[in-house]
Design a protein around this ligand. Structure first.
Ligand SMILES: Cc1cc2nc3c(=O)[nH]c(=O)nc-3n(C[C@H](O)[C@H](O)[C@H](O)COP(=O)(O)O)c2cc1C
Length: 193
């Protein structure tokens, strides 16, 4: 399968990336083709609600000239979209939020005078998160938001891998987290899309 991973942490050796690296390596071993991007290195402007993207039902069609068209091309080539982010104020980090806002309009032609198609219908969405609170109190709102987002966009929501950060004086990675990251990769592999 083609798997697109968007990494939203500002910390290149941080907790989220440690978890994502294991998933990435395992999926590669299982024979999948992975394209991973680092969102903080990309230029992603916020959506300005001009709705010019709604004029064309055949392509992304956003008029803002930045890195989003290249990101959309990668998304359109993929079977699974993985959003990897630390939880910031109960949601994802700013460049990821800007990216998912730009997807929700540009790739869903629902916002013009007539209701058009979802251009990314049928793709699978998965999440990798890390947070300071227990996952059910730290990452629950983001997961719920993304489940609703997936339903709205006609994507198939799969699952979330979430690991807790116990503090900057505690080593983040341990055997249990490594195993859960590998298991998550095997779960995505088993989807056989
Ligand atoms: C600005 C900021 C906001 C945060 N907000 C939350 C939050 O709402 N809930 C939570 O559980 N953890 C929160 N955290 C903790 C991070 O999610 C956690 O430390 C994460 O593992 C950091 O990942 P990273 O090493 O990839 O940056 C926050 C951290 C920062 C820096």
């Amino acid at each position: 399968m083609n798997i697109f991973i968007a990494s939203g942490s500002p910390r290149k050796n941080g907790n989220t990336q440690q978890l994502t690296d294991i998933v990435h390596k395992e999926l590669t071993k299982l024979g999948h083709h992975i394209q991973e991007i680092w969102l903080h290195d990309k230029k992603i402007e916020p959506c300005i609600a001009c709705r010019k993207c709604q004029r064309d039902w055949t392509s992304y069609g956003c008029f803002i000239k930045d890195d989003m068209q290249e990101i959309v091309n990668q998304v359109m080539e993929s079977d699974i979209i993985v959003l990897a982010t630390p939880i910031y104020a109960w949601y994802c980090t700013p460049p990821m939020k800007a990216m998912i806002d730009r997807f929700v309009y540009g790739l869903n032609k629902f916002y013009g005078d007539e209701i058009g198609p979802s251009l990314w219908k049928g793709k699978t969405l998965a999440l990798i998160t890390t947070c300071g609170y227990r996952p059910e109190k730290g990452a629950d709102l983001f997961e719920e938001g993304m489940k609703r987002y997936a339903k709205h966009c006609n994507l198939n929501y799969s699952d979330m891998l979430c690991a807790r950060h116990l503090g900057y004086n505690v080593e983040f990675m341990d055997k249990e987290k490594e195993d859960s990251a590998r298991n998550f990769a095997h779960y995505l592999h088993s989807l056989q899309l």
